[in-house]
Write a protein that binds this ligand. Structure first.
Ligand code: PMP
Length: 464
């Protein structure tokens, strides 16, 4: 008997793939248009790629390319890998994934938690290079017996997943009335699958491309030229080549979106609509909003929340990361202040008190992913506690090691701290780093923040 308040229990996570909800954007300016979001983050693996993984594995099973106990290999930014893991592991297949090293840590941790063999490779080399993720996957697949290279970039089961499931769902949810669909291109599966469906069922529906700045696709669509690829932070979309699965002739209009606009738009979506979308969602929504605001006639527009922002909490949604990428709009001063971002007074620095225990200090370092803490007493900096201070206190003191973690920070910290003033130049850091110390930055008598070697590396990379 069907329940009036909730769907029946399902018998497998596979059944939960697809049938995702649609949400209308109501709290962001969409001009004269109505904008709807297809929530693909609601798939069990957290992204649109669950549909593609199921389609590719079932197609290979049907035509015998995948035999029981076989291995699946894929080159993936993470989401296709998660989708493949969702489908392959319960079916008893082994999975090896080649992942470019710019991908969010959460995705890799999720894959490793599923027991997948994840192999990292460079994200700064292009197609044709042996360390390029797709070339690596192909070479590995050729060297192994009973092995399927899923190859989302060429596999026809990828666009087919969208033509047969995503598109008809959107068509029904929108009451057979859609003027434009805004998509990104990673493999091209979404563009080609949705584009083919709407060509057949709704010729008035325009396919609109959202492309990260640095990708070659925007230029190709607007001028027909193939340009050299740059780099971008968005995961899952943007390309340095045109995949076989991407039928670019379907695109009627394209927008190029900068990394900072992507990040700000994803954050806006969370703050205004309560939807935690990933980085590609930021790019798609930014392009969809531009399209909507440019229209003079009311239109019904659809875009996608391709994956969940939970995969990017340490990046896009993290203030320190945004500051390190230069996305926080802080005016540049040309001195040490440029390397600090939010200072101690603004709550941007994790600190500890002298009476806190070493256990508290250790936990704070782990959760903040930092190796040292300023020790602050009633607003005044009185010392520094780093990993070696904790180690020497807990390794050699009296009593059990566990009880040594109860020692107060004041007994283990370094009191003799050399400081710099915030208006000093970057060159002032070298003598401090040469000694293996961190720079403690003050404004007069007031503590501002710490600068470590990695802060300087980030700064030099971004300003290079
Ligand atoms: N967004 C994200 C987060 C993705 O992982 C992908 C897949 N690479 C896409 C969008 C784009 O989809 P497609 O591969 O169908 O072009």
């Amino acid at each position: 008997m069907s329940s009036p308040i909730a769907p029946e229990p399902m018998s497998s996570a596979l059944e939960m793939i697809g049938h995702t909800p649609m949400l209308e954007v109501k709290h962001i300016d969409t001009g004269v248009c109505r904008l709807f979001l297809k929530l693909e983050n609601q798939n069990p693996g957290g992204s649109i790629k669950d549909r593609v993984a199921r389609s590719m594995i079932e197609a290979a099973e049907r035509d015998g390319r995948l035999q029981p106990g076989g291995t699946i290999i894929e080159a993936t930014a993470g989401n296709t890998g998660l989708g493949l893991a969702q489908v392959a592991l319960p079916k008893g297949y082994k999975l090896i994934l080649i992942v470019p090293d710019k991908m969010a840590r959460e995705k890799v941790l999720h894959l490793r938690a599923m027991g997948v063999d994840v192999r990292m490779t460079r994200s700064d080399v292009g197609k044709g290079h042996p360390e390029y993720y797709q070339d690596m996957a192909q070479t590995l697949a050729q060297s192994m017996p009973n092995c399927l290279y899923a190859n989302q970039f060429e596999n026809p089961a990828n666009p087919e997943a969208h033509e047969k499931t995503t598109a008809p769902e959107i068509w029904e949810q929108m009451g057979h009335d859609i003027d434009a669909v805004v998509v990104g291109v990673g493999s091209g599966g979404t563009l080609t699958g949705l584009g083919r469906f709407f060509q057949k069922h709704s010729p008035k529906t325009e396919m609109v491309l959202a492309d990260p700045k640095g990708s070659i696709l925007y230029e190709y669509v607007t001028t027909g030229k193939m340009v050299e690829a740059g780099s971008w932070i968005v995961e899952g979309i943007g390309e340095d080549f045109i995949p076989d699965n991407a039928d670019m002739s379907l695109v009627k209009k394209a927008y190029e979106i900068s990394d900072s606009e992507t990040v700000e738009t994803a954050r806006l979506l969370l703050q205004k609509e309560g939807i935690l979308g990933g980085s590609s969602t930021g790019t798609l929504l930014a392009a969809a909003l531009r399209y909507c605001r440019e229209q003079t006639q009311p239109k019904r527009v659809v875009t996608l929340v391709c994956d969940t922002g939970a995969k990017y909490l340490t990046k896009m949604f993290n203030d320190l990361w945004r500051a390190a990428q230069g996305f926080d709009d802080q005016p540049k001063t040309g001195d040490l202040r440029d390397l600090i971002g939010k200072g101690y007074k603004e709550g941007g620095i994790t600190a500890i008190g002298p009476d806190d225990t070493l256990l508290t200090a250790y936990n704070r370092m782990r959760s903040g992913d930092i190796s040292q803490l300023p020790v602050v007493d009633h607003g005044k900096l009185i010392g520094i506690l780093d990993e070696s201070d904790i180690l020497s206190a807990v390794e050699h003191g009296s009593g059990q090691a566990t009880s040594r973690f109860a020692i107060p920070v004041s007994k283990a910290m370094t009191r003799d701290v050399r400081t710099l003033q915030s208006h000093e130049p970057l060159e002032a850091l070298a003598p401090i780093f040469d000694k293996g110390e961190v720079a403690v930055v003050m404004e007069g008598e007031e503590f501002v923040g710490l600068i470590t070697r990695v802060d300087l590396i980030n700064h030099l990379r971004l300003t290079a």
